[in-house]
Design a protein around this ligand. Structure first.
Ligand SMILES: NC(=O)c1ccc[n+]([C@@H]2O[C@H](COP(=O)([O-])OP(=O)(O)OC[C@H]3O[C@@H](n4cnc5c(N)ncnc54)[C@H](OP(=O)(O)O)[C@@H]3O)[C@@H](O)[C@H]2O)c1
Length: 244
C-alpha cells in the first residue's frame, strides 16, 4: 500500500518546459493532476489533455488559482518574472492565500534569490544577473525584482512551503535527483548546471519531503563534477517507494 500523502496536485505554469516535466513526474507517481496555464498555451499540454484537468487563465488571477488548487494536497508553482504587473508576486500570493490549509507547496526560482543573504556569488554570476536585469528593464517584459518580492512573501509565510532554487539548466536525460545546499557558494554547487527534467523531479519530490519545509534548497545535477567531487556535502533526500 502506498504511504505517499499526495493524491491530487496542482501545477501552476504547467505549459512551460519545467511545468511539462513536472506534469509527467506527477503522473508517473500516480497523482491526479490539475494544470494552470494561460489560455493561449493550452495547446502545449495536448499530449496530457486526456490525463489531466486544465484550468486556463493567468496564473496571477486569484479566481483561477482558487478554483485550480481546491482539494489539492500539493501545489507546484513555476515562478516567472514576466511582465511589469506583479505577475510573479501575484501568482505566489494567490497560491499562498488559496491552497488548502495543510497543502505542501513548492515554488521554482533561480540561484539569484537569497533567503538569508548568506549566499556567496561569483563575480561572473553577479555580472550575469546584473546584465539580465538591465536588459529586462530595457525591453520591459520581465521584472526580476518582482520574483524577489514573490519569494520574500513566501519566506514570510507560515504555510508549508519549499522554494527550489535552480542552477543554470540544460536539456537531456534524467540523472536522478539533484543534490542541494542551503547556500550558493558551497563547493558542491560549483558546477552550476542541472538537467531541467531533474529540476522538475526535485520539485515534485519536495512535496513529500517534510525536511524541506521552510527550506530554500539551491540545487545542482547529481552527476555534475562538483556534486561528484563533494558527494559527502550534498544533501539529497531519498526518493520514496513508488506507489503500489
Ligand atoms: N531558464 C533557466 O536557465 C533557469 C535557471 C534557473 C532557474 N530557472 C527557473 O525555472 C523556472 C522555469 O524556467 P524555464 O526556463 O524552465 O522556463 P519554462 O519552464 O519554459 O517556464 C516559462 C513559464 O513562463 C510562462 N510565460 C512565458 N511567457 C510569459 C508571459 N509573457 N506572461 C506570463 N507567463 C509567461 C510560460 O507559460 P506559457 O506556457 O503560457 O508561455 C511558462 O509557464 C522559473 O522559476 C525560473 O526562475 C530557470
Amino acid at each position: 500500500m502506498s504511504t505517499d500523502p499526495m493524491r491530487k496536485v496542482c501545477i501552476v505554469g504547467a505549459s512551460g518546459k519545467l511545468g511539462q516535466y513536472m506534469v509527467q513526474h506527477a503522473l508517473d507517481r500516480g497523482y491526479e493532476v490539475v494544470g494552470v496555464c494561460r489560455e493561449r498555451s493550452v495547446g502545449k499540454l495536448a499530449a496530457f489533455a486526456d490525463r489531466i484537468t486544465i484550468v486556463p487563465g493567468p496564473t496571477n488571477d486569484r479566481e483561477v488559482i482558487g478554483k485550480a488548487v481546491a482539494g489539492c494536497d500539493g501545489v507546484l508553482t513555476v515562478l516567472v518574472p514576466w511582465g511589469l504587473r506583479q505577475y510573479s508576486s501575484g501568482t505566489a500570493q494567490a497560491v499562498l492565500d488559496h491552497a488548502d490549509p495543510d497543502a505542501r507547496m513548492a515554488f521554482s526560482c533561480g540561484w539569484h534569490i537569497t533567503r538569508d543573504g548568506k549566499d556567496q556569488y561569483s563575480w561572473r554570476f553577479k555580472a550575469g544577473v546584473r546584465i539580465v536585469a538591465w536588459l529586462a528593464r530595457l525591453v520591459r517584459v520581465v521584472d526580476i525584482d518582482d520574483q524577489v518580492e514573490a519569494c520574500r512573501r513566501i519566506f514570510a509565510s507560515d504555510r508549508r512551503w519549499t522554494v527550489v532554487r535552480g542552477s543554470d539548466l540544460e536539456e537531456g536525460e534524467s540523472q536522478g535527483l539533484p543534490v542541494w545546499s542551503r547556500h550558493v557558494g558551497d563547493p558542491v554547487l560549483a558546477s552550476n548546471l542541472t538537467r531541467r527534467v531533474d529540476f522538475a523531479l526535485f520539485m515534485v519530490q519536495a512535496l513529500t519531503d517534510d525536511t524541506l519545509i521552510h527550506e530554500a534548497p539551491a540545487i545542482v545535477g547529481r552527476l555534475s563534477p562538483s556534486a561528484l567531487a563533494h558527494a559527502d556535502h550534498g544533501r539529497s533526500p531519498d526518493p520514496p517507494a513508488p506507489a503500489t
